[in-house]
Design a protein around this ligand. Sequence first.
Ligand code: PLP
Length: 393
Amino acid sequence: MTRATKSLRQLREDLPLTRRLAYFQTGSYGPTPDSVLRVVAERMAYQSRYGSASPGVTGVLLDQEHRVRRQLADFLGVQREQLAWTSNTSQAMQRVLRSLDWRPGDEILVSSAEHVSTQDACRALEQHREVVIRTFPAEAGDDALLSGLETGLKGRARLVCLSQVSTLDGRRLPARQAAGLARARGVPLMLDGAQAVGQYPVEIPALDCDYYIASGHKWLLGPLGVGFLWVSPDRLSQFRPDFIPDASTWLKPGNPPPPVTASSRSELGTHNYALRIGLGRALEIIEALGPDRIERYVQELVQLLFHELEARPGIRIVTPTKPGLASGLVALELKELGEAELRKLIENLLEQGIVVKYQPERPALRVSVAAFNTREEILRLVDAIDVLTRSRR
Ligand SMILES: Cc1ncc(COP(=O)(O)O)c(C=O)c1O
């Protein structure tokens, strides 16, 4: 048994769900390993049993939380002062949008693959601040995306919103090139890494973006309720999403302001230390497996899925199958099935212990292939789809 296989086995042992389900929904919520849950429960119990407000207790927890912030910063290749905790990607995205002083006629450039949370926030900006939404195409390939973006940048853009991996079909979008175009025009770019972090190595500085947002509860397998935001050093002084002067200190009149950090500008009030500390355990798991090994293993599974599906008529793979463009997120169109039939098929899969997502935009079936999935599960999924679609023909 190689080291990689051994540690993947250990990961499955840490995830009792894998004994009951073939779970292909990590793109929505990754399952939380038992060892992560234990850290969260143990830290919450410690806080409650020894006195939540006792300075000693808070000090211990704060120290552990700081260590996880540093661990996450190292994982992403950034400084911890540039990272702020949020509850999820959507909240991180809102913080970025709120930190800009929108004026009527300003433009926001949004790729057509952005998650509904971003699309909704843009519509609210349009409604309440008279901001103009300009959408550039993400589905027609990198060249079309970049040239659409380039055209958009000629207007009055104040922000570009782009996903690193499309939530719709798992295609890796040309983030680095897009950031280069935006930078050349002096327009900040917010990169949504919700479907990227934990799937493969992510070095934020190499992406050249201005803001990076993600969730801990998807591919990182962290506890539900922790996300984060990275703000580039040159955007930090203008980053002010809230009214508060500097949140972490409850600044009193006359006191000197603390150093400007992403955290001091956006982390407000009481929170649950245990969740952030639990994310530290999840990061240890991902680091021990190695993001590059996770990527290689998941790509083997995804290529197996593509290969098995090739021979099945009626199934169209929406995701580009070329390695390098595909991620662990795969969208499938079942050509002969309407919306209601597709929903029914997903229900039938669930009855067989196979969990996939209904993707309403196409509509399609979205399969998230993660490090804890196996070849056997992929084959079971393909067979089950095949049998169910045949019975409906
Ligand atoms: C690309 C992308 N961005 C944002 C989100 C929203 O994530 P959250 O619910 O953690 O805020 C998702 C969720 O699937 C996503 O895929």
